[in-house]
Design a protein around this ligand. Structure first.
Ligand code: I24
Ligand code: DGL
Length: 272
């Protein structure tokens, strides 16, 4: 395989397994692309961590995948995108895409009233990255953002379908209900799993935007733009790296992606 060939993989990085919501969409939209995924499960969640630390961890993941000769990097984690995207984009020489720009653009396209909400982790909301992105493109947008630190633990404890989820989600979203939003951005990898519960709590009149799914549409457009598509129609390998337990990663990813024989490797990122 030549160094510049279009057959090189696309790299995906995330704080853990949540970015698999983006990978699932990538496998659907871009079946001929080879995928490398790195989930920093050992240090997940990133949501409550200080920005400096998330930037450092994101750089470690980026360096690891750059050594694997990826042709494009997708920062599939909202928290990492919020604090590290600009810096990483400036310093690497392959196209880098995060989840915030595509999600924001999709929200502006969908909104009729210009009243847009964002929910995400503490780190994502604190960074105000979504607000900046929305206002850069459409300064008159009314933006209301809310951190939902209880949502990731609900998904990770397998309760995303439960009555606890319904109660916590409707209570948490109460302040947003008063805002008369017509569009709400799911600004976290885990929230698509809570989508029915969130939709029910916020009301059917609100359009939910899945940032991850929007991102894959942008990845596809970027591959076209840079002439980087892989047109070789053969079964593509997917390799998954985790800083945590490969068995646990394999169980979750296997179930989520419907793949029985997943290629999962443990790696260490720390002292690089
Ligand atoms: N979903 C997520 N994280 C988990 C989980 C889950 N456990 C059950 N389900 N655990 O994220 C995180 C901590 N683990 C990670 C692996 O290494 C050890 C520590 C959401 C996943 C989104 C793709 C529920 C669950 C599942 C399978 C598929 C989907 C899902 F078991 F939500
Ligand atoms: N992947 C993170 C995000 O999208 C959620 C999990 C975490 O806090 O690390 O913001």
């Amino acid at each position: 395989m030549s160094v510049l060939s279009n057959e090189r993989p696309i790299g995906f990085i995330d704080s853990g397994v949540g970015g698999l919501t983006v990978v699932k969409e990538a496998m659907r939209q871009l079946p001929n692309e080879e995928i490398l995924y790195l989930g920093d499960t050992a240090r997940c969640p990133y949501g409550p961590r200080p920005a400096e630390q998330v930037i450092e961890f994101t750089w470690q993941m980026t360096r690891f995948l750059l050594k694997k000769n990826i042709k494009m990097l997708v920062i599939a984690c909202n928290t990492a995108t919020a604090v590290a995207l600009e810096e990483i984009k400036k310093n690497v020489d392959i196209p880098v895409i995060g989840v915030i720009q595509p999600g924001s653009r999709a929200a502006l396209k969908a909104s009729k009233t210009g009243r847009v909400g964002i929910i995400g982790t503490l780190g994502t909301i604190k960074s105000d990255s979504y607000r900046h992105e929305l206002h850069e493109k459409a300064p008159d947008t009314y933006v209301s953002s809310l951190a939902c630190p209880k949502f990731v633990p609900i998904v990770e404890s397998n309760q995303y379908n439960s009555s606890v989820a319904k109660k916590v989600v409707s209570q948490t979203l109460l302040p947003l209900k008063k805002e008369k939003l017509d569009t709400l951005i799911l600004g976290c990898t885990h929230y698509p799993l809570l989508r029915p519960v969130i939709q029910n709590a916020i009301g059917q009149q609100v359009t939910l935007i899945d940032s991850g799914a929007e991102t894959v549409s942008d990845v596809s457009a970027l591959l076209d733009y840079f002439n980087l598509n892989n047109y070789e129609q053969t079964a593509k390998t997917k390799t998954f790296y985790t800083t945590g337990s490969p068995k646990m990663f394999k169980d979750i990813a296997g179930e989520w992606l419907n793949i029985t024989d997943l290629n999962v490797e443990h790696i260490d990122l720390g002292g690089e």
